[in-house]
Design a binder for this molecule. Structure first.
Ligand code: E4P
Length: 213
């Protein structure tokens, strides 16, 4: 499973990218709004840092508007992927962008059928929201398993991004379920990295070395 970072904060991206683990970035309007910066400027900085798919979400709700926004955003850099909400208008925009050779990531996926529709409209990626599914009492990991099963059975090449990742177990579980990608907030990356036994082990090695005869 490839690892993307889910943020519009360029410092966070730089910090995790320095570990050498990042294959892409996802943003959404809430994450961009939190930064209080110009969206296009942020996107340009991200494209200079990470060489992989970078999802930028449209704000229009109608297919024509989404298409227009998507075409403009895609001009920024070859790695820009247009993030489109899972609606009928969104599917029309996905089809239109696909026909122009522009990659899309259909977001706010909460059922296997939504993922199937998005894939058939020509989406390059689908983003099922694992944490938000858990929030309403439906294990998000089961949704990933269902989508993986359907895509495998029918030879669908759309990549599955496990999104709305809240903690390290989500990463492990979605990796085991077969998601191609997990998009992970920086605080979860840091929790994945550390383990008390590692810290204790390092402390002991240093102490033993310092006390050598
Ligand atoms: C997906 O690409 C979204 O940006 C994201 O994962 C949303 O997660 P949240 O439920 O933590 O807002």
């Amino acid at each position: 499973m490839k690892l993307f970072i889910d943020t519009a904060n360029v410092q966070e991206i730089a910090e995790i990218h320095a570990w050498g683990v990042l294959a892409g970035v996802t943003t959404n309007p809430s994450l961009v709004a939190k930064e209080g910066r110009d969206f296009i400027e942020v996107l340009k900085e991200i494209t200079e840092m990470v060489d992989g798919p970078i999802s930028a979400e449209v704000l229009s709700m109608d297919a024509e508007g989404m298409l227009k926004e998507g075409i403009e955003l895609a001009k920024l850099h070859k790695n820009i992927v247009i993030k489109i909400p899972m609606t009928a208008e969104g599917l029309k925009a996905v089809k239109g962008l696909h026909e122009k050779g522009i990659k899309t990531n259909v977001t706010l996926i909460f059922s296997a059928n939504q993922a199937l529709l998005a894939a058939r409209a020509g989406a390059s990626f689908v983003s099922p929201f694992v944490g938000r599914m858990d929030d309403i009492g439906n294990p998000g990991t089961y949704l990933i398993e269902d989508i993986v099963g359907i895509f495998d059975t029918h030879g669908i090449e759309t990549e599955i991004i496990a999104a709305s990742i809240r903690h390290p177990m989500h990463v492990t579980e979605t990796a085991l379920a077969g998601a191609h990608i997990a998009t992970i907030p920086s605080d979860v990356f840091k929790k994945m990295l550390s383990h008390p036994m590692t810290d204790q082990g390092i402390e002991k090695f240093v102490k033993d070395w310092d006390n050598r005869k």
